[in-house]
Design a protein around this ligand. Structure first.
Ligand SMILES: Cc1ncc(COP(=O)(O)O)c(C=O)c1O
Length: 492
């Protein structure tokens, strides 16, 4: 009788990325040329994601703008891809602004989000970029700084919608009269473009309530003789990490059992991942719940645009936006870079710990592949080095350890089953790391440099790899589709 398959967390992998991983020696060659570890970015996958969002928007709206949320990844290749594709960009710091300008964005296509200090506001006043105002201080200060010489285009970010968790960002809905007074008083200094929100929620009803509130505010603004033309619905459109939702659930079930002391131990260092154990049962929502999502960003967006709005006689959001000649803006970050990046590292050595666990030590640290120290619930792909190919052994449950001299530098605190025991020199590839995973927490502890970023493109003659900063867009998405017959919706 065959032994049951070990618990697995198979990751979804874009066909282009899969083809690169399957190309003999392709990842190895990139690491030999540029060093290990390395982040590999796929701008053609970015374009693919963009096309899908555009298709949804164009099907329902005559006016819309996509602003790529730069904060999701520092890659210049992605910023150049966004610029080349003709979309806008959302920047959240002086450095991101400089990066956007350096990549060719004119101010008309730049939107500045997030909280801004005095220095940044001063810099922004004369740029012509749209300032998405976070708070009343910013709004007042911007009006003062604008003086008589510039009319600064502004959006106002609102928060505190009914049933929405408290956020540190935005102006609370209940302070709207002060906002409208200020905008009205300073109409010669500020050009009010409209209201904005950003929710990091996968809960559709929350977004619908925010849309309804902002539509009501837009009407209220008309009474102040303001003429908003934009409704900015922010980002927060989800990624799909898992290739197999049932396998994901089965893994989590096995993990819960192991927390109760049943079956094979599956956690490192007593980690409970946000679950709590009480009365012989496991309770709560795990910190890694987003890795279970199966609803794609374009589906989320289509559903939102299709939602009938109670306050508008059940007419869809898209319909109401069209009727009111509103430009719908969005600021996707992770949805645009979903599946557009991987991180490759090398196995240094494999060791046993005193409790009998197997540790696979890599030349990368946890902060390089986890966003804000989240537990990433996607299995890495093991690529044996040429010398080890074909040397088979049984699947093995391991913990992946980082290169820092810190007890907590475990890349996986959950047990990962690899198809066979890795050997020094083998490669381990972390799928889908482009969204926040690469950059949000990356540090240079112990003076390890942060890994280089490389851009990988599929050209008629095969894959080409260059430094991220050297990448220039030019390959149309069509080429991608032709090369990988599976089409734009190929990541299934
Ligand atoms: C204001 C704003 N817009 C857009 C985004 C991008 O969000 P996501 O990557 O979830 O699409 C963020 C992320 O923090 C944000 O703060």
């Amino acid at each position: 009788m065959n032994a049951p398959a070990p618990p697995a967390l198979p990751g979804r992998i874009h066909p282009l990325v899969r083809a690169f991983l399957d190309e003999p020696g392709a990842v190895e060659d990139a690491l030999i040329r540029f060093g290990s570890p390395a982040h590999l970015l796929f701008p053609q996958v970015f374009t693919d994601n963009l096309d899908r969002l555009r298709e949804v928007l164009a099907g329902q709206l005559s006016r819309y703008r996509i602003c790529y949320a730069h904060k999701v990844n520092q890659s210049r290749a992605f910023v150049r891809t966004a610029e080349h594709a003709g979309i806008g960009i959302d920047v959240a710091s002086e450095a991101e602004l400089a990066s956007a300008v350096g990549a060719g964005f004119g101010s008309m296509r730049i939107e500045v989000t997030g909280p801004k200090g005095e220095g940044f506001l001063r810099e922004l006043v004369d740029t012509g970029a749209t300032v998405n105002v976070d708070n009343l201080w910013e709004l007042r200060r911007l009006a003062e700084l604008a003086g008589e010489r510039a009319r600064v285009p502004v959006l106002v970010r609102i928060c505190g919608f009914p049933g929405t968790p408290v956020s540190r960002f935005g102006v609370p809905l209940r302070r709207i009269d002060e906002v409208l007074d200020l905008l009205s008083t300073h109409r010669g200094r500020l050009t009010f473009r409209g209201f904005a929100f950003h929710l990091d929620s996968g809960e559709p009803a929350e977004r619908v309530r925010a849309v309804e509130s902002c539509l009501a505010l837009t009407e209220r603004a008309y009474a102040y003789e303001l003429a908003p033309t934009v409704l900015n619905i922010g980002g927060g459109f989800r990624q799909v990490f898992t290739a197999d939702a049932d396998a994901f659930d089965a893994y989590v079930l096995a993990l819960r059992e192991s927390l109760l002391g049943r079956g094979e131990p599956m956690t490192w260092g007593g980690n409970t991942f946000g679950f709590h154990i009480d009365g012989g049962a496991v309770h709560g929502t795990p910190v890694f719940h987003k890795y279970a999502n199966t609803v794609s960003a374009d589906r989320m967006l289509a559903d939102l645009l299709d939602t009938g709005l109670e306050q508008h006689g059940g007419r869809s959001f898209a319909h109401v936006a069209e009727e009111n000649l509103l430009d719908v803006w969005l600021e996707p970050g992770k949805a645009l870079v979903d599946h557009a990046g991987i991180t490759a590292a090398r196995v240094e050595f494999v060791k046993e710990t005193s409790d009998g666990s197997t540790l696979v030590n890599l030349d990368v640290s946890r902060d390089t592949v986890t966003p804000a120290d989240q537990e990433v619930m996607v299995d890495p792909v093991l690529l044996p080095s040429a010398a080890h190919r074909g040397v088979d052994s049984a699947a093995v449950g391991v913990f992946l350890a980082g290169r820092l001299c810190l007890e907590r530098d475990l890349i996986s605190n959950h047990k990962v089953w690899l198809p066979h025991r890795p050997r020094p020199g083998d490669l381990v590839v972390f799928p889908n790391t482009a969204a926040y995973h690469m950059d949000l927490s990356a540090a240079s502890a112990s003076m390890h440099p942060v890994p280089p970023k490389l851009a990988v493109t599929h050209q008629p003659g095969g894959f080409e790899v260059c430094r991220d900063g050297d990448y220039e867009p030019g390959l149309a998405a069509d080429t991608l589709r032709r090369a990988h017959g599976s089409g734009r919706h190929g990541v299934q």
